[in-house]
Design a binder for this molecule. Sequence first.
Ligand code: H2B
Length: 110
Amino acid sequence: MSLTEKHCTPCQGGIDPMTREAAERYLADVPGWTLNDDATRITRLFKTGDFAKAQAVANKAGDVAEQEDHHPNIRFGYGWCEVEIHTHAIGGLHENDFIYAAKVNEAVDG
Ligand SMILES: C[C@H](O)[C@H](O)[C@H]1CNC2=NC(N)=NC(=O)C2=N1
């Protein structure tokens, strides 16, 4: 099953975040996203060209968050929007983060 066919499941903590090796395998399925230095979060920087398109990306990423009950940090400005996600409950990455990233890609890139 592809990541876009899955749904984020509630994560209450009490489990370990995924390893860097696991995260690197998932990363191959979410083009444009990068892993941070300590493998605890993933980020995608969208270059949009103007403010309205950046705001539209932020809104789409926000809509996916509410649909999936999995919430990113979003920053945007003129010509750019950065979406960053990790699983607060475990202080690192879970499959939910990659499901979220895949759905943002689908919403923004089509
Ligand atoms: C019950 C519900 O799934 C949790 O409160 C969710 C809400 N959204 C969340 N979003 C993120 N990014 N991490 C979480 O641990 C998280 N927890």
